[in-house]
Design a protein around this ligand. Structure first.
Ligand code: NAD
Length: 494
C-alpha cells in the first residue's frame, strides 16, 4: 500500500476542500484486496450547484478567460512540469487505485504532462481565420471561451483522460467542473494541489466526486454548464445526449469500442503478433481502443492462433505495483464479474485457446488470465460486445471483402489496426473502414495533433489538436465594410 494515503477525499470548490452538503460519502476499494481503503464525498445536485457557481464566478469575474494565451500557457506548462516531477508518486497512486500495472501507469502520468504541454503550446500558436474581399469587406474571427465546461471521465487511465479534457478546456480560457469516475477518485484529487502550485486562479478548476447518476447527472442537467465533454460507455453517452438535449449543450463524446485488428497473410507476422498481444492486454484490456477482435486470413490462421495463444499464456499477470507485471488487477469486483461472465459465455461461443478465468496463484483480487477465444463467429456476443478486459476473439477470413464486412459488422467504430505489406491494399482497406482511427502496421501510437474520435456508437465529434480548441471555443465572425457601405435601399418608394 502506498505511504501517506488519505482516508477521505473531499470536493474542491472555489479553491477550498469541502465535504458534501449532506455529508454523504461513498466507499472506494482497491482492486487487489477489494477492501474499502477510503471514503470519498458523494456529490449531489447541491454540490454541483456550488461548484458550477464558483466556476461561473471565476469565468465572469476572474482574470482567467481574459489572460493572454501566453499567460495561460505559462500556467499550463507549470502544471506539466509538476506532473512530470511527480510521475512516480502519481503512478503509484493510480496503480494502487485502478489496478493498472505500475510501468503502464507511469507512462500514462507522463502522457498527462504531455497533454498539458501540447495544449499550452497550441494555444499560443493558434491562428484564426481572416478573409478579405479587396476594397469591399474584411471578415475576421473572434475566438472566445464558452464558459463553464463540465468534464465527465471514466476509470480507465483516469488521470491521463482527465488531462486530455482539462488541458484544452483551460488553455482556451474556460473554467471547469470535473466529475471523475467513482471507481478511481484518488489521482483526480491531486489536481487541486497541482493547479494551486502552478498558479491557476481559484475557482477556475473545481472537482465534484460522486456517482454518475447523481453528481454526473446534475452536471449534465445544469443550466449554467453549456459544454459537456464525456468519455465513457456508449449507453451512458446516449443518456447524457438525451439529458443535455433540452439545454442544447455542446457535446463531445468518446465512447466504447470493439476495434478489429486485421492480419493479412502477407503481413510481418512477428510484428503483428507483438502488436495484437499488446493491443488487447495492455492497460489490463481496459482500453477503449483495444484491438479486441483479431481477424486473420485463412492461409496463416492456424499458425497465428497457435503462436498467439502461446504468447498470451506467457503474458505476466501480477500485482499492479510490481515492475514486471504486464496485466494487473481489474478495477472493481463489479467489472471483474462482468468480464468473467463474458469468459463463461465465450466458452460456448468460441474455442478457448488461452486463459479462461482466474489465473493460478491468485486466489483473491480482480485477476484475469489473458484469455483468447479462436473460431469466434461474427454473431457471437463476444465478437459484438465490448468486454473491456483481457479477452480477445479471433476469427478467420478469406477475402478482403469478407475481412471488411467482419471489421465493420459491429455497432462500434472507434479504431482499427491493419497488418499487410501490400501498400495499395492497406490504404484502400483503411479508407473503407467505418472507424475514426486506423493504424497501419502499427500499434496504438498517437500524434497529439491528429483527430481523435469514433464513429457510429463510438462517439460524437472529434477532439485532438486544434479540434479540441474548436470544441471549447466559440468562433464569432465579424464582418466589416471597407470603403463605401453597399446597402440595398429599401423603402424609398418608386
Ligand atoms: P461509464 O459510462 O460507466 O462512466 C463514465 C463516467 O460517466 C463516470 O464518471 C460516471 O460516473 C459517469 N456517469 C455515469 N452515468 C452517468 C449519468 N447518467 N450522467 C452523467 N454521468 C454519468 O464508463 P466507465 O465504465 O467508467 O468507462 C469505461 C467505458 O469508457 C468503456 O466503454 C470505454 O470504451 C469507454 N472509454 C472510451 C474512450 C474513448 O476515448 N472513446 C476512452 C476511455 C474509455
Amino acid at each position: 500500500m502506498p505511504a501517506d494515503l488519505p482516508d477521505r477525499l473531499q470536493h474542491y470548490v472555489g479553491g477550498a476542500h469541502v465535504d458534501s452538503t449532506d455529508g454523504s460519502t461513498f466507499a472506494v476499494l482497491d482492486p487487489v484486496s477489494n477492501e474499502t481503503y477510503l471514503h470519498a464525498a458523494a456529490g449531489k445536485a447541491a454540490d454541483v450547484d456550488r461548484a458550477v457557481a464558483a466556476a461561473r464566478q471565476a469565468f465572469e469575474e476572474g482574470p482567467w478567460p481574459q489572460l493572454l494565451p501566453r499567460e495561460r500557457s505559462r500556467v499550463l506548462h507549470r502544471v506539466a512540469d509538476i506532473v512530470e516531477s511527480r510521475d512516480a508518486r502519481l503512478a503509484e497512486l493510480e496503480s494502487f487505485d485502478s489496478g493498472l500495472p505500475i510501468t503502464q501507469a507511469l507512462g500514462q502520468a507522463r502522457r498527462a504532462a504531455e497533454n498539458f504541454r501540447f495544449f499550452a503550446d497550441l494555444v499560443v500558436a493558434q491562428t484564426d481565420d481572416a478573409f478579405k474581399v479587396p476594397g469591399r469587406q474584411l471578415n475576421y474571427v473572434n475566438r472566445k471561451p464558452i464558459g463553464v465546461a463540465g468534464l465527465i471521465t471514466p476509470w480507465n487511465t483516469p488521470f491521463m483522460l482527465e488531462s486530455w479534457k482539462l488541458g484544452p478546456a483551460l488553455a482556451t480560457g474556460n473554467t471547469v467542473v470535473l466529475k471523475p469516475a467513482e471507481f478511481t477518485p484518488l489521482s483526480a484529487s491531486l489536481w487541486a494541489g497541482i493547479f494551486e502550485e502552478a498558479g491557476l486562479p481559484s475557482g477556475v478548476f473545481n472537482l465534484v466526486h460522486g456517482l454518475g447518476e447523481e453528481a454526473g447527472d446534475a452536471l449534465v442537467k445544469h443550466p449554467d454548464v453549456p459544454l459537456i465533454s464525456f468519455t465513457g460507455e456508449s449507453r451512458t453517452g446516449q443518456l447524457i445526449f438525451a439529458n443535455a438535449a433540452p439545454h442544447l449543450k455542446g457535446l463531445s463524446m468518446e465512447l466504447g469500442g470493439k476495434s478489429p485488428a486485421v492480419v493479412f497473410a502477407d503481413a510481418d507476422l512477428a510484428a503483428a503478433i507483438d502488436a495484437t498481444i499488446f493491443g488487447v492486454f495492455s492497460l489490463n484490456g481496459e482500453r477503449c481502443t483495444a484491438g479486441s477482435r483479431i481477424l486473420v486470413q485463412r492461409e496463416i490462421y492456424d499458425e497465428f492462433v497457435e503462436r498467439y495463444a502461446a504468447r498470451a499464456q506467457r503474458v505476466v499477470v501480477g500485482p499492479p505495483h510490481e515492475p514486471t507485471t504486464e496485466v494487473g488487477a481489474l478495477v472493481h469486483p463489479e467489472h471483474y464479474a462482468k468480464v468473467m461472465r463474458y469468459i463463461e459465455l465465450g466458452r460456448t461461443e468460441g474455442r478457448l485457446v488461452a486463459g479462461g478465468g482466474r489465473p493460478e496463484g491468485f486466489p483473491t483480487g480482480n485477476y484475469v488470465a489473458p484469455t483468447v477465444f479462436a473460431d469466434v463467429p461474427a454473431d457471437a456476443r463476444i465478437f459484438q460486445e465490448e468486454i473491456f478486459g483481457p479477452v480477445v476473439a479471433i476469427t478467420p477470413f478469406d477475402t478482403d471483402k469478407e475481412a471488411l464486412a467482419l471489421a465493420n459488422g459491429v455497432q462500434y467504430g472507434l479504431a482499427a489496426y491493419v497488418w499487410t505489406n501490400d501498400l495499395r491494399r492497406a490504404h484502400t482497406f483503411a479508407q473503407a473502414l467505418d472507424v475514426g482511427m486506423v493504424w497501419l502496421n502499427s500499434n496504438n501510437v498517437r500524434d497529439l495533433r491528429t483527430p481523435f474520435g469514433g464513429v457510429k456508437a463510438s462517439g460524437l465529434g472529434h477532439e485532438g489538436g486544434y479540434r479540441s480548441i474548436d470544441f471549447y471555443t466559440h468562433q464569432q465572425a465579424v464582418h466589416v465594410t471597407l470603403g463605401e457601405a453597399h446597402n440595398p435601399t429599401f423603402g424609398k418608394g418608386h
